[in-house]
Write a protein that binds this ligand. Structure first.
Ligand SMILES: Nc1nc2c([nH]c(=O)n2[C@H]2C[C@H](O)[C@@H](COP(=O)(O)OP(=O)(O)OP(=O)(O)O)O2)c(=O)[nH]1
Ligand SMILES: [Mg+2]
Length: 139
């Protein structure tokens, strides 16, 4: 199976709240919560893919300089092989207020300590752990 390279954004506001969105029921891992993102296109950097996806999916403007790499997670689902290229994205409050589900999907800002209450795709478990470690250290 071909590996799909996916750019994933952990968008953080005020070292507290994280942006999550619900995957449409008819898509791979449908109904689960996700961090916004999507496939990296040919000849596109991960950072550029995230700027594009954050605009398309949640109408959130972010500067390239606000994006740093967090972790890479190769994962095999029964039906799909992915490489999650996970980045940390610091958003400011004013931009965050404008974010919404631009594709009709449900989106929420969730306090990082409450991420465990949501069902993410199985590949996401290390991301949730990393977020909580990092933000616990700052709070
Ligand atoms: N965006 C995102 N994708 C994730 C996460 N965790 C995870 O396993 N994935 C997987 C699910 C999908 O197989 C893939 C993301 O694909 P995508 O969002 O670009 O595309 P899609 O499946 O919605 O399909 P498409 O219609 O855009 O082609 O990565 C996550 O936290 N965020
Ligand atoms: Mg997507």
């Amino acid at each position: 199976m071909k590996q799909v390279h996916v750019a994933v954004a952990v968008v953080v506001v005020n070292d507290q709240d994280i942006l999550i969105a619900r995957r449409p029921d008819d898509k791979h891992q449908g109904g689960r919560w996700e961090f916004p993102g999507g496939k990296v296109e040919a000849d596109e950097s991960v950072e550029a893919a995230l700027v594009r996806e954050l605009d398309e999916e949640v109408a959130l403007p972010v500067a390239l300089g606000a994006i740093t790499s967090l972790m890479k997670i190769p994962f095999e689902y029964p039906d799909k092989r992915v490489l999650l290229d996970v980045c940390w994205v610091e958003a400011n409050m004013n931009d965050a207020l404008l974010a919404h589900g631009a594709e009709g999907q449900e989106v929420r800002w969730v306090h990082y300590s409450r991420l465990n209450e949501f069902t993410f795709p199985d590949a996401n478990q290390p991301i949730v752990v990393a977020i909580q470690q990092r933000l616990d250290a700052l709070n």
